[in-house]
Design a protein around this ligand. Structure first.
Ligand code: ATP
Length: 489
């Protein structure tokens, strides 16, 4: 654990030093749990987004994408249940005044016990917690915290307040256009992108002439006033989600839930990080909208944690939007319902959702690909830090490097740049020794470097250097573009 914590810290430092992730408004000492993506981070993030978007909207012919606004009519969040139910049980330490999410406090305690070798106690506390959370038994949870003398990390004491619910939505005001009543002017910053899909269900179904089953995908910002927010980009107050709502016939939800569990796991495995890095975690306590739910957990440096959620949301959302908006949210289906032997007719579709955090996916990719290598030999000490990104996700695909800044080599390198830069992201650099330039490219995860040297002038060959193996070979410069294109497809 201590080692993994060190690794996590090293990744956070590397992300900052090499332009991936900066604390937000850092010159003012940052803003808690808000981060900015730098020059290479934003490229990596965009590549992850494209990988998800293309797989959803191209590989499945019955899925289309939308881009809904962050602000929505306030009634949306009444109908969705977020105004009344989007709460987390919280507890404050009376001495430090620090507020904790109850489940995180107890999980932290269990983790500590596990490290001390008290596996049995850790498991038992977690089991009790799950059972109490499932019943919203706050008195029981408080007793669990008291009985185990769980301490605050800041004050070191176990003097706790009672447990209270805390709504996670941010709100702001919307001028005076909605109504003159102050409460009604309140608009929320969406805590999930899904509702933008639900309220557009009929727009998309009708204008796209979509037939059930079909899906609507969306990538966009979401905001949650998270309490425990100290795990870098794992838990942020402003983050991005990639969600897909799949609309289905009532009664088929079990089949589609299993289908999407499998499809989403395949998508993750396609990145080649290894099966052992992922596991399913079934929810015991279901969210207010779900009849089945699980997470795909990833082996982050902070342990196995949720990366993506797959939820069977029943007809909860569309039914409530129908009730609150008084607009029918129905679909007419000619298919025969096997249960009755008659056409389905009109119904409110059921929904299976896949919901992945873009920033968490970024962290999964970054932390898995981060590697410190000892390259020391008997003669000299040496090491390198590299990000072994899959080429299709790498922010930069190719570095083009003239060996020296003269003798016509920069001109040759520029020609290679011109040949490649409209096809993929390339980086040109002539400063410093070639060895230093290679290492800088390793540190931002560039899979290929090509170097033009004096021999290039004679036979039009360049040296290509592969990031992972550091092997170098000579190839004709006409081949550079093709080799990179093949690797990133
Ligand atoms: P958690 O239990 O970690 O708070 P959740 O179960 O509330 O997450 P969902 O509402 O299912 O999360 O959201 C779907 C996905 O959105 C999550 O799997 C996660 O990847 C991402 N996500 C949720 N909250 C955050 C956050 N505060 N920061 C970054 N990503 C988040």
């Amino acid at each position: 654990m201590a080692n993994d914590q060190n690794k996590f810290q090293a990744i956070i430092s590397h992300a900052k030093e090499y332009g991936f992730v900066f604390p937000s408004s850092e010159i003012y000492d940052g803003l808690q749990a808000v981060y900015d993506y730098g020059q290479w981070g934003s490229e990596l993030k965009k590549n992850i987004k494209d990988y998800w978007w293309d797989s959803m909207t191209r590989m499945y012919e019955n899925i289309v994408g939308i881009d809904a606004a962050i602000f929505m009519h306030p009634t949306t969040w009444k109908a969705s249940g977020h105004v009344d139910n989007f709460n987390d049980p919280m507890i404050d330490n009376k001495d430090s005044k620090k507020r904790y999410r109850v489940d995180h406090l107890i999980e932290g305690f269990a983790e500590e016990q596990r490290e001390k070798g008290n596996e049995q106690l850790a498991t038992s506390v977690l089991e009790q917690m799950d059972a109490l959370l499932a019943k919203d038994d706050f008195a029981g949870l408080k007793k669990l915290i008291d009985d185990n003398r769980i301490k605050c990390a800041v004050s070191g004491t176990s003097d706790w307040t009672d447990i209270r619910q805390f709504n996670l939505m941010f709100s702001t005001e919307f001028g005076s256009t909605i109504s003159s009543d102050d409460e009604d002017n309140k608009v929320y910053l969406r805590p999930e992108t899904a509702q933008g899909i639900f309220v557009n269900f009929l727009n998309v179904q009708k204008t796209g002439r979509m037939k059930i089953p079909f899906g609507i995908a969306q990538i966009g910002k979401a905001f949650r006033n998270e309490i425990v927010a100290r795990q870098f980009i794992f838990r942020m107050r402003e983050f991005e989600q990639m969600e897909m709502q799949f609309f289905i016939q009532p009664g088929t939800q079990k089949k589609w839930y299993e289908y999407w569990k499998e499809e989403r796991m395949k998508w993750h495995l396609s990145l080649g990080f290894g099966k052992e890095q992922y596991r399913f975690h079934d929810h015991i306590k279901l969210a207010h909208y779900a009849d089945a739910a699980c997470d795909i957990e990833f082996n982050f440096p902070i342990g196995f944690k949720e990366l993506e959620g797959i939820h069977s949301r029943t007809d909860f959302d569309l039914k409530n939007h129908q009730e609150y908006s008084k607009k029918k949210q129905q679909y007419f289906d000619n298919d025969i319902d096997p249960a009755t032997g008659k056409p389905y007719g009109n119904y409110i579709p059921y929904v299976v959702e896949t919901s992945i955090g873009l920033d968490r996916m970024f962290l999964a990719v970054l932390s898995h690909c981060y590697e410190e290598q000892d390259l020391s030999t008997a003669e000299k000490q040496d090491s390198r830090t590299m990000l072994k990104f899959p080429p299709r996700l790498a922010p930069m695909k190719l570095a083009v490097l003239p060996l020296v800044k003269k003798d016509g080599l920069p001109e040759i390198a520029r020609k290679i740049m011109d040949d490649c830069k409209s096809s993929f992201r390339c980086f040109y650099e002539e400063k410093d020794t070639i060895g230093k330039r290679y290492r800088r490219m390793d540190a931002i995860g560039t899979p290929f470097c090509v170097t033009a040297d004096h021999q290039t002038k004679e036979d039009n060959t360049v040296t290509i250097r592969y990031r992972d193996t550091m092997l170098q070979e000579r190839i004709h410069l006409d081949k550079v573009r093709e080799i990179v294109m093949k690797a990133i497809q």
